[in-house]
Ligand binder design. Structure first.
Ligand SMILES: Cc1cc2nc3c(=O)[nH]c(=O)nc-3n(C[C@H](O)[C@H](O)[C@H](O)COP(=O)(O)OP(=O)(O)OC[C@H]3O[C@@H](n4cnc5c(N)ncnc54)[C@H](O)[C@@H]3O)c2cc1C
Length: 338
């Protein structure tokens, strides 16, 4: 039993934006066997439960009331090999990128496009992480967890997870209700490398028949080139979601703004590049009050060291206002505002 909650715990090192934040109570969950005692502790004191993985998709306030659980549980197991798929279970606290590498090395393919995304396995379903033409939803068989109020175990199959673009039931009706302990993946035996995403296709253009190892190397190379490393420049990746509009709305926008960056969707709608919109409003490289917009990536807000959540959110609001005024489009913040 490792359950030792600390009081007034500094979380600056537990969020990739490096924002100053103090948790009223905090404990690391190394072993899910500790969860009943942890939830009892919270219940007996009337404390709300908050869950943190790697802190790479949150904006933490300066003070977090309640009990914050940092998921550090580990373990990866091949549960089953069927004629169609490798069924693999990973504990919530497993760091995501090493998990992707492990699967690749075992010959369990499919996750390569999602390499180098920061954070943990347990957080991956929350916003249905996606990159370079693939989303997590493609591979999830079930999500296992514990109800934060009753302590009862719950298992949701993929359909019950309500996955959408950077969305799931865990951000919707179950927000704050389910502590994810494990994710079970079905990785297809016949997974073909997915290379259609433009930047990835360009990176692989010299290869006649790229394989999974080529995709993995290409995704890592592109990400290292394009995205600021949070260890060097604190950030939470994309700060805004790409807005999705109807084709009719898109035609109107394109007539007014030729060259507007976009990706047609399978359902006929069109996803617009939020980075393009933010850049056209002149924000790239902007700085104020210790925070700013990355000089090469208009979608990435950064903390230059002295930033606070208040300064960051004030800047985000001004960016949202300017995009709304200029393009008539509302930008939604991607990280979870805790
Ligand atoms: C440089 C950079 C690049 C990024 N690139 C991408 C990208 O390409 N695609 C993409 O989709 N995202 C990207 N992200 C965002 C982020 O990495 C992902 O959303 C990631 O899944 C967050 O994992 P985390 O463990 O850090 O979650 P946290 O930030 O710790 O938590 C995020 C949310 O999930 C909840 N949560 C975490 N763990 C659990 C759990 N076990 N049970 C219940 N709730 C939980 C938290 O309460 C919070 O609401 C990027 C971030 C950075 C910093």
């Amino acid at each position: 039993m490792n359950f030792l909650p600390g009081a007034e715990v500094d979380l600056r090192g537990s969020n990739t934006l490096g924002l100053p934040a103090i948790a009223q109570w905090c404990t690391d969950i190394q072993d899910t066997a500790d969860l009943p005692a942890t939830l009892d502790f919270a219940r007996s004191r009337g404390l709300a439960i908050r869950v943190l993985g790697g802190g790479s998709n949150v904006v933490l306030p300066e003070r977090l009331p309640g009990l914050t659980l940092r998921m550090r549980s580990r373990g990866i197991a091949l549960l089953e090999e069927t004629s169609l798929a490798y069924v693999v279970r990973a504990a919530a606290g497993e760091p995501w990128h090493p998990f992707v590498l492990h699967c690749h090395q075992q010959g369990w393919h499919g996750l390569e496009n999602l390499a180098l995304i920061p954070g943990t396995v347990g957080a991956a379903p929350i916003q249905n992480i996606g990159a370079y033409g693939l989303e997590l939803a493609h591979f999830v068989q079930e999500v296992r967890g514990v109800d934060t109020q009753s302590g009862e175990p719950r298992t949701l199959d993929a359909a019950a997870c309500g996955f959408g673009y950077r969305h799931s039931v865990f951000k919707g009706s179950l927000a704050g209700r389910l502590l994810i302990t494990d994710v079970v993946f079905a990785l297809p035996r016949a997974a073909s490398p997915v290379t259609h995403y433009a930047a990835l296709a360009a990176e692989l253009s010299g290869l006649a028949a790229p394989d999974h190892a080529d995709v993995l190397a290409a995704v890592i190379a592109i990400r290292r080139r394009r995205l600021p490393d949070p260890d060097l420049l604190p950030n939470a990746g994309s700060f805004f979601k790409n807005p999705v509009v109807s084709s009719a709305e898109f035609w109107q926008l394109e007539a007014r703004w030729p060259g507007i960056a976009h990706w047609p969707q399978e359902d006929g709608r069109v996803k617009l590049a939020a980075a393009w919109l933010v850049e056209r409003c002149g924000w790239k490289g902007y700085r104020e009050h210790g925070v700013g917009v990355h000089e090469a990536q208009a979608l990435v807000l950064v903390n230059f060291g002295a930033g606070t959540a208040a300064a960051l959110l004030a800047l985000a609001r001004r960016i949202q206002d300017s995009v709304l005024q200029r393009f008539g489009l509302g930008l939604e913040i991607e990280p979870v505002l805790c």
